[in-house]
Design a protein around this ligand. Structure first.
Ligand SMILES: Cc1cc2nc3c(=O)[nH]c(=O)nc-3n(C[C@H](O)[C@H](O)[C@H](O)COP(=O)(O)OP(=O)(O)OC[C@H]3O[C@@H](n4cnc5c(N)ncnc54)[C@H](O)[C@@H]3O)c2cc1C
Length: 339
C-alpha cells in the first residue's frame, strides 16, 4: 500500500473544501481501502467523512424519507419506516455483503462502490475502466458475472450494488454538495453507461460529495420485493437481481416499479417492461411479455448468455409473487383493493 494523507473532517464545509482541493472521500472504507491495498486506487489524500452529521434518517413532509449519506447499510435495513414503507430496500441491503460489512458500509459509499469485474482488480490485465485505452480483458476472458445490457465494446463490467437497484426502482434522488452549492439528481441518472469512456462511471463532479438520498412517498412500495440470484446463499454478489413493486386492482396492474441488478453497468430501470405492464392484466403472460421486451436488446457472450433467460424468469417470479400477495390482501380487506 502506498503512503497517503488523511484528514478527518469535523464538519461539512471543511470536508467540501478538502474535497475541492483534491482529497478523496472515505466512508466506511470497505471498498476504497481494499482497492488501495491492491493499488488499483491510489489517492494522495483521504478525507474521512464519518464524523459529519449525516447519519440520520428523517421523515419528509408527505411521507418520504431523507437518508444521510453516512447512514450505515445495516442501520438503514433495520429502520422501522424502511421496513414498512420500502421493504424492497431493506431486502436489497440485507442481501448484500455480511453483517460486519453492513455495519461499516455507508449509503454514499455503497452507491459509488466499484465493479467486481476481476480484470478491474488485476493490475496485470487490460482494463479500460482502470487504465483507459488498454482494452477489455473480460471480452475474451472470464466473463460469467459481467453485464448483458448497456455494455460497449470497451467495457462489459456489471455494477455491483444491490442497494442502488432498489433505490432506482423507488425513484430515489441523490443530493450532491460541493463548494459551488447543492444539486439533486435521480439515482437512475447518477451512473453512466460505459460507451467509449468506461472510466467515467458517474455524473458526480470531482469536488462533489453525496450528502443524502431522498425517497419520495411511494405507496406502491409497500408491496415490493428484492430477489437476488447468486452462486451461494450469502456473501456473494448478484448474478441477477430484481427490485419490484406492484399494485393490482380488479386484476389489472395499476402501478409498477421494476429495476434490475447484476446485468448492466449501472442499476437498470426496466422502463420498457413497466410501460407494457401498466394497465395490463396481472397475469403470467403479461409478466413474461414485459420481461422478454426488457431483455430484447441484451447481448450475451458465451459465459454470461444464461443471464438473459435467468433475468426474465426472476422478473416473472417476483411479479407473480407480488400479484399473489396483492390479491390475498384484497380478499382479506374485502375492499376491492384498498392498500
Ligand atoms: C467481501 C465483500 C462482499 C460484498 N458483497 C456485497 C454485495 O453482495 N452487495 C453489495 O451491494 N455490496 C457488496 N459489497 C460492497 C459493499 O457494499 C461496499 O464495499 C460498501 O457499500 C461501500 O461503502 P463504504 O462506505 O465502505 O464505501 P468506501 O469504501 O468508503 O467508498 C467507496 C467509494 O465511494 C466514495 N465515497 C464514499 N462516500 C462518499 C460520499 N459521501 N460522497 C462521495 N463519494 C463517496 C469513495 O471515495 C470511494 O470511491 C461487498 C464488499 C465486500 C468487501
Amino acid at each position: 500500500m502506498r503512503p497517503f494523507g488523511y484528514v478527518s473532517a469535523p464538519d461539512l464545509p471543511t470536508a467540501l473544501d478538502v474535497v475541492a482541493a483534491g482529497a478523496r472521500p472515505l466512508g466506511g472504507g470497505t471498498n476504497l481501502v481494499d482497492l488501495m491495498r491492491e493499488e488499483v486506487e491510489r489517492p494522495e489524500t483521504l478525507v474521512d467523512l464519518t464524523r459529519l452529521p449525516l447519519a440520520d434518517i428523517e421523515e419528509l413532509p408527505g411521507g418520504g424519507l431523507r437518508i444521510g449519506a453516512l447512514v450505515r447499510n445495516g442501520h438503514l435495513a433495520a429502520h422501522r419506516l424502511v421496513r414498512s414503507r420500502y421493504p424492497v430496500l431493506a431486502q436489497a441491503l440485507l442481501s448484500g455483503a455480511s453483517g460486519q460489512l453492513r455495519s461499516m458500509a455507508t449509503v454514499g459509499g455503497n452507491l459509488l462502490q466499484r465493479t467486481r469485474c476481476p480484470y478491474f482488480r488485476d493490475l496485470s490485465a487490460d482494463c479500460n475502466k482502470r487504465e483507459p485505452g488498454t482494452g477489455c480483458a473480460a471480452l475474451g476472458g472470464v466473463h460469467r458475472a459481467t453485464a448483458v445490457l448497456g455494455t460497449s465494446e470497451h467495457c462489459i463490467a456489471a455494477h455491483a450494488s444491490d442497494m442502488a437497484v432498489a433505490l432506482v426502482a423507488l425513484d430515489a434522488i441523490v443530493v450532491l454538495e460541493s463548494v459551488r452549492g447543492a444539486r439533486r439528481v435521480p439515482v437512475a441518472q447518477l451512473h453512466r453507461l460505459p460507451g467509449d469512456t468506461p472510466h467515467v462511471e458517474t455524473d458526480l463532479a470531482p469536488d462533489e460529495l453525496i450528502t443524502a438520498v431522498e425517497l419520495p412517498a411511494t405507496p406502491v412500495a409497500r408491496t415490493s420485493r428484492y430477489r437476488k440470484v447468486r452462486d451461494r446463499a450469502s456473501f456473494a454478489f448478484a448474478l441477477v437481481s430484481v427490485a419490484a413493486a406492484l399494485e393490482v386492482r380488479d386484476g389489472e396492474v395499476t402501478d409498477v416499479r421494476l429495476a434490475l441488478g447484476g446485468v448492466a453497468p449501472r442499476p437498470w430501470r426496466a422502463s420498457e417492461a413497466e410501460g407494457l405492464l401498466l394497465g395490463a392484466p396481472a397475469t403470467e403472460e403479461s409478466f413474461r411479455r414485459a420481461a422478454a421486451a426488457e431483455l430484447a436488446p441484451a447481448v450475451g457472450r458465451p459465459q454470461n448468455e444464461f443471464k438473459i433467460e435467468l433475468t426474465q424468469r426472476a422478473v416473472v417470479a417476483v411479479l407473480r409473487q407480488l400479484a399473489t400477495e396483492r390479491s390475498s390482501a384484497e380478499r382479506a380487506e374485502g375492499t376491492g383493493g384498498a392498500a
